[in-house]
Design a protein around this ligand. Structure first.
Ligand code: SF4
Ligand code: MG
Length: 315
């Protein structure tokens, strides 16, 4: 079995207190080195919150994020700084996340110089190399973000993340804002970079087709909890959890690229006031009396397959 190198998100969050919404609860997810884990769910389910916690942009109120076996909070400052560089985030909207007043050379070159990874006099060469790595012409490094197309801007965002030599990328809806044909190019870029740079990904998306294409394992989130986690081919072939089944059954099967969430009967409850027991019980066609009282734990229901549903007790 693989040495688990990145281990994080152990029992994050709690419930709701007076003023704070805890978007994520009871998550326990380990990502192995070189693996791509897809995290899918409807908007508001807490997947971005989880991604930001992993990337160190949010601190869990309870629980821990572990990096190479150590709780981030237990690392000495230098170690935490290193972990912060080794885990980078690629955002959804490059226009919003790239400073419009900076030239691409500065957007990509700033962090490695500031963090002492590249001497300032070698910054231009480092930027050129990063641009080539993501398929951009280094001749354009003096340009500004608005002078590029959406797909090129996302490549700039990826180059910026890669410039500090990360091992782990948290991609939050990183292709969602792009046209389908450009999406495919950026997904192929992520897959090539995975091989070339030996990267590990947490790939957050609301798009089932994207996640099916890129992920080794898929985690499905509902109202702040992971309800199913399994190797991607097995999960898509035979989802265990009723929520996962509903998602996959109702998604149009025309093309994988178009396989997005379809509406499931019933409203999504407010994450501020999640239902007692199983959070899916108000919408679940298989709900039993105990489902509104007892919360099912995520547990291994078959080798490497995890699901949080009481139905598995009766098998
Ligand atoms: Fe449905 Fe009950 Fe399973 Fe929840 S625990 S998904 S309500 S059957
Ligand atoms: Mg989001």
């Amino acid at each position: 079995k693989l040495d688990v190198v990145e281990r994080f998100a152990r029992r994050l969050g709690a419930s709701v207190d007076d003023s704070v919404l805890h978007a994520v609860s009871g998550v326990d997810l380990a990502v192995a080195e070189g693996e791509v884990v897809g995290l899918v769910g409807e908007s508001g389910c807490g997947k971005s919150t989880l991604g930001r916690m992993v990337a160190g942009l949010l601190t869990p109120s309870d629980g821990s994020i572990q990096w190479r076996g150590t709780d981030l909070r237990d690392l000495p400052p230098a170690g935490r700084h290193e972990a912060n560089l080794k885990i980078q985030m690629v955002f959804q909207d490059p226009m919003a996340s790239l400073n419009p007043r900076l030239r691409v050379a500065d957007i990509i070159g700033e962090a490695p110089v500031v963090h002492g990874l590249v001497p300032r006099r070698e910054a231009a060469e480092a930027v050129a190399e990063m641009m080539r790595t993501v398929g951009l012409d280094p001749g354009y490094m003096r340009r500004y973000p608005h002078q590029f197309s959406g797909g090129q801007r996302q490549r700039i965002g990826i180059a910026r993340a890669l410039a500090v030599k990360p091992d782990f990328l948290v991609c939050d809806e990183s292709v969602a804002a792009l046209d389908v044909s450009i999406q495919a190019q950026i997904i192929n870029l992520f897959m090539r970079l995975r091989e070339e740079l030996r990267l590990t990904y947490l790939f957050i998306s609301h798009d089932l087709g994207v996640v099916q294409h890129i992920s080794d394992r898929t985690a499905i989130m509902y109202l702040g909890r992971i309800v199913e986690l399994a190797p991607t081919p097995e999960l898509f072939a035979a989802p265990n959890h009723p929520y996962a089944r509903a998602l996959l059954d109702e998604a149009p099967r025309v093309t994988l690229e178009k396989r997005r969430f379809a509406p499931i009967r019933g409203e999504i409850p407010s994450p501020l006031n999640p239902p007692a027991g199983c959070p899916f019980h108000p919408r679940c066609p298989h709900a039993m009396p105990r489902c509104s009282q007892e919360r099912p734990d995520l547990r291994e229901v078959a080798p490497a397959r995890w699901s949080a549903c009481h139905l598995n007790d009766t098998l």
